[in-house]
Design a protein around this ligand. Sequence first.
Ligand code: F6R
Length: 608
Amino acid sequence: MCGIVSYVGEKQARPILVGGLKQLEYRGYDSAGIAVQNGPKISCQRSVGKIIELEKKISSLDMDGTMGIAHTRWATHGEASEHNAHPHTDQEQRVFIVHNGIIENYAFLKKKLQKEGCRFYSETDTEVLAHLVGIQFDGDLAEAVRKTMSQVEGTFGIAVIHRDVPGEIVVARRGSPLVIGLSDEGHFAASDVSAMVRYTNQVIHLQDNELATLRKDDFLISTARAEPIQRSIETVEWHAEDAELNGFPHFMLKEIYEQPETVMNAMRGRLELGEGVPKLGGITPVWEELKKCRHLVIVACGTSYYAGSVGRYVFEKLTDIDVEVEVASEFRYRKLNFPPNTFIIALSQSGETADTLAAIREAKRKGARLLGIVNVVGSSISRETEAGIYNHAGPEIGVASTKIFTSQLTILILLALLLGRHQNLSLTEGAETIRALQKLPEQIRKILSQANHIEAIAEKYHTCRNWLFLGRKFNYPIAMEGALKLKEVSYIHAEGYAAGEMKHGPIALITPEMPTVAILPKDDMYEKMISNIQEIKSRRGPVIAITTEGNKEIGEVADEVIEIPPTLDFLNPILAVVPCQLLAYYCANLLNRDIDKPRNLAKSVTVE
Ligand code: F6R
């Protein structure tokens, strides 16, 4: 987790660094810090809480300087306090460092350094890095960082400055993301392009075990063995406005409203109606083997896992492939047999989730082929998989994932359709699916137009402390995702269940104070869902039904009804999740929650 940003150039560094941190705040937000260098003078300040606290603290201080480093933290080692906040420094206070990642052998290194006389001021793992760089510095900062890298185990994205080397920042990575930004007014390095996109769209993704030395007018990338590296410059697709609220009160709401566009973007240029086949250029490198694939394992975490769970039902409907979905953090404990041509699909918004990365590395060791469905271009998962499909959904800033979920579903459906069309799926079925996909953006808009109605439902039930979400088949994962969204942003306890499981336990919880959100579009599960609703009503539980528009009889059994437009059964999840997102959003808003940065969470979960 954590976010780092650094800048060296001709402008004042402080506003650039603070602005960059604000863009990275989604990565962690329990404390923050900044160090600005002006010649041999380095001014460093840290504070507990969000970036705004740091900004207030430094507003009246003299922090002139055209280079510096900054950090926003999600605590792993040591509580969120000022002394644990970054930048950390060495004994002589000459080295200042910000770090994203975890140094696994820090306890051993710390003991060793303490024996050598180093005094530690924090409980963090990062502080060992500052001491190691300080001790090993003999005039060449990059070399001191190199030596340090060879002694540490674990993951890091770091930016380091030294009093004796004004005008130079050394950055390095292993396992944690680090992007370098190039502009005529200076050079940047950050955990994510959003921290620099206001100034440049020209970037280079640093790779594992690489360092870069950044100066105002030049930069040098090198290996851990000091060999220089030439790397091509990429142009990012994002614009600064993508990372702004544009009149919305929260990023979560903005991103919910972006879904007509992001679902469209997931399909743009990828649909071939005449052939009834999608075109997915990103998988060309593995297409010949993928065509023969009979066993697919989807690995992901959280919301991405629920998207994968919908994907399993869709693949089973459209193809003859056996599909497993596995929570990435559990994947390594399974004894999975991979028949030849087994493909793993890693689903991840950030492309940096540590559990998902660990799962694909394990799968690779066992001989599986790797595909990624990732939003962040150039992220670790996108680089470690053989081929893949990008979401092209722009930055998702709200910590609770919304637009990426529907984008992931769209892409999984396209992939299933493509493989299905090379198996038994007919041209008619292919074309029918494409036509239905094309209608989705407009249909999502129609659901969004019911926002006031959904807000009124939230108004009625937001004080209930426990909720249940039920669905079957394609919509069972939507019940789980709906419950997750509500928990995350409103802190209301919610459970997502397969509706058929309710009678095996959760029904004991039903009371007039426990609302149930029942997801029951008019599909082949409808009648069974109605029976489940009846069971709830007999126990006087309130029911909020999400069903297909025009369903007249539902009003007789449900207390509240939210309508979604008619579509194919396996496309319903893309529509049904939108009211769940809005319900979660409005409940959280009514409860005055910190919607875009819910407590204890971080957007990019880079610890296992
Ligand atoms: C929930 C949420 C998380 C992420 C999970 C995986 O709203 O955002 O559950 O879905 O941490 O993240 P990615 O998709 O970046 O791998």
